[in-house]
Write a protein that binds this ligand. Structure first.
Ligand code: ADP
Ligand code: ZN
Length: 602
């Protein structure tokens, strides 16, 4: 059977995704390989297909236990003999794996890098035929990345003690050239065939919002997306607690994850999310690495992350199965303060790294404030040429209008200055607005603000209009708003405006078009009622089997099923993502639901 046969029989796919085929072919021809593809790009297939075709065992080195378990579960669902060895197994369980290994029972074995140093493991490997060693998340070998794992450095020692050097293939989603070089060097890859696919994730819709009230906006967003599951990332543990509680109080099935929880609670909450028992995960960036959940419909950042790398990695956990998904960042200027605090309190103590951190932060802030194509900014950041007008992001769907507010800004700034000069302290937004409008309110008069020359100079403006302009000046660092007391004071930039050296344009966003559904999906227009029934059947089966629903069939597969409506087992095999084993295991039940549906309809 050729690689297409294997792809179709075991995985149910008719075509390779971008970059997969050349990597599979290189490995099959006995050449080392390096695959750099974004999350969801389909890296696993690149070594799983060869694993099924090569005579011996494929060892997959993977950094996280949860990842191994998922992958092995998924392979077994597809009828592929696979196992893992790690500290979570009992002595009895791992003994069984060793026995099966020697008896050639597996095609794939997943291990953490530390396993490669254990005498029993090395001993066993000396006596079995190993065709391929696949290194997943290979950037963990590099000290330049943020996921460095010392264990990875010893992979090459392990390879060197084997009687016959297997083919070595490394995979990562990390884009930087430096890390790529490190991988090749430290793994001692021999003339590897390298494939670097683009970093674009066309099914992800990127969007930045600057909400007046983040909590309210978040609640609205989640209730609009009730039928999906999603991740809310916050920058601090405290925020995770607060937001999770807020969501729960509002009747959402939310759970939480951060490094301050006990390992037991973390595991439990993570499982609740993966098994769809909870639909919203509120988490710090501690959550996600090694989470293989493919049906995440949205990732909302409640706070701005500290770099575009982190943002893209976290946001990229949406839509891994290729279905349309959204990545929304809720930005507010106070996020900048939070991010700086994080950098200052971080482990990167030396001056140089911190300087780098600030440069990265500036780029992240620029993303939040930009009116340009968001996908374009992200791809530019990773050095990928792009058209810069994707037509499928928040900014591409927004018309930005500029309004010259220099005169208004001058009035406001000088009013704030005069109040400070008179009182010797700063007052909040409400009092500033009242003074500008010439209000007769008690406090204004008590403080004598009616004696200022700026009193009433904006009496022809509406209260909310002035408020909006002040907020804009805060957002753009002309005015500082005291975190605790809310007092307004001038920042250095304000001078340029006051002395007429700078014009201020207020850019407002006007969304004109609703987010465009991706062509491929709108063409399909799957019957929603049928989809829903198929989904219910899937969750029933998942419960019976004790596996997450997306491991039975991904959302993309269900969508294709609802579109093709197969009423025979043969037709069922035609659905993308349905391999032989799954067809014979679940085909009857799905086909039955489809037949019933069709007979009602026609
Ligand atoms: P990565 O490890 O690169 O993040 P995965 O290997 O988890 O990506 O694959 C992402 C998704 O793409 C999975 O749902 C997988 O089943 C699907 N996929 C992989 N290869 C193909 C293919 N050739 N055709 C269709 N879907 C695929
Ligand atoms: Zn765009």
């Amino acid at each position: 059977m050729d690689c297409y046969g294997v792809l179709s029989k075991y995985f149910g796919y008719k075509h390779f995704k971008n970059g997969q085929e050349p990597l599979v072919e290189a490995i099959l021809s006995g050449r080392d390989a390096l695959g750099v593809m974004p999350t969801g790009g389909g890296k696993s297939i690149c070594y799983q297909v060869p694993a099924l075709m090569l005579p011996g065992l494929t060892i997959v080195i993977s950094p996280l236990i949860s990842l191994m378990k998922d992958q092995v579960m998924q392979l077994c669902e597809n009828g592929i003999p696979a196992a893992y060895l790690n500290s979570s197994l009992s002595v009895e369980q791992s003994r069984k794996v060793y026995r099966n290994l020697v008896a050639d029972k597996y095609k794939l074995l997943y291990v953490a890098p530390e396993r490669l140093e254990m005498p029993e493991f090395i001993e066993t490997c000396m006596n079995i035929d190993i065709s391929l060693v696949a290194v997943d998340e290979a950037h963990c070998i590099s000290e330049w990345g943020n996921d460095f794992r010392p264990g990875y450095l010893r992979i090459s020692d392990f390879l060197n003690v084997l009687p016959k050097r297997p083919v070595v293939a490394a995979f990562t989603a990390t884009a930087t050239e430096k890390v790529r070089r490190d991988i090749k060097e430290k793994l001692q890859l021999q003339k590897p065939h390298s494939v670097v696919t683009g970093f674009d994730r066309p099914n992800l819709y990127f969007k930045v919002e600057v909400p007046k009230n983040k909590k309210r906006t978040l609640l609205e967003m989640i209730s609009e997306r009730k039928d999906k599951c999603g991740i809310i990332y916050c920058q601090s543990r405290k925020n995770v607690e607060k937001i999770c509680e807020l969501l729960q109080d509002n009747g959402f099935d939310a759970t939480r994850y951060h490094a301050g929880l006990t390992p037991e609670e973390r595991q439990e909450n993570q499982d609740d999310f993966i098994y769809d028992r909870k639909t919203v995960m509120v988490a710090t960036n501690a959550f996600g690495m090694g989470i293989n959940k493919s049906n995440v419909g949205y990732v909302i950042h409640y706070n701005m992350p500290t770099s575009i790398e982190s943002y893209y990695q976290e946001a990229g956990r949406a839509g891994r199965d290729g279905s349309d998904a959204e990545c929304i960042l809720l930005y507010s200027p106070s996020d900048i303060i939070l991010a700086k605090l994080l950098i200052e309190s971080g482990e990167n103590a030396d001056v140089d790294t911190r300087k780098q951190d600030y440069i990265r932060l500036e780029k992240m802030i620029a993303y939040c404030k930009s009116t340009k194509c968001l996908r374009g900014i992200l791809l530019d950041y990773f050095g990928q040429v792009n058209i810069g007008n994707c037509g499928n992001c928040g900014n591409c769907h927004t018309v930005f209008e500029g309004r010259d507010i220099t005169v208004e800004a001058q009035k406001i700034l000088s009013c704030i200055k005069r109040i400070e000069n008179k009182l010797g302290y700063n007052v909040g937004l409400v009092l500033v607005v009242r003074t500008l409008m010439g209000s007769r309110e008690k406090r204004v008069l008590e403080l004598g603000l009616d004696t200022l020359s700026t009193y009433g100079i904006m009496s022809d403006y509406g209260k909310s209009d002035i408020g909006d302009i002040i907020t804009y000046l805060i957002d753009n660092a002309y005015i500082n708003k005291d975190e605790k007391f809310g007092g307004l004071s001038l920042m250095a930039e304000a001078d340029k405006v006051l002395f007429g050296r700078e014009t201020v344009m207020m850019v407002s966003r006007k969304v004109t078009k609703a987010p465009k559904a991706k062509k491929s999906v709108s063409e399909l227009s799957p019957d929603e009622i049928l989809y829903d029934r198929l989904r219910k059947l899937r969750s029933g089966i998942a419960k019976e089997q004790g596996v997450p629903a997306f491991m039975i069939f991904s959302n993309t597969t269900l969508t294709d099923m609802a579109k093709k409506k197969p009423t025979t087992l043969d037709g069922f095999l035609d659905v993308s993502g349905v391999g032989n084993v799954k067809a014979s295991r679940y085909g009857e039940r799905f086909v039955k639901v489809i037949r019933a549906y069709m007979s009602e309809k026609y």
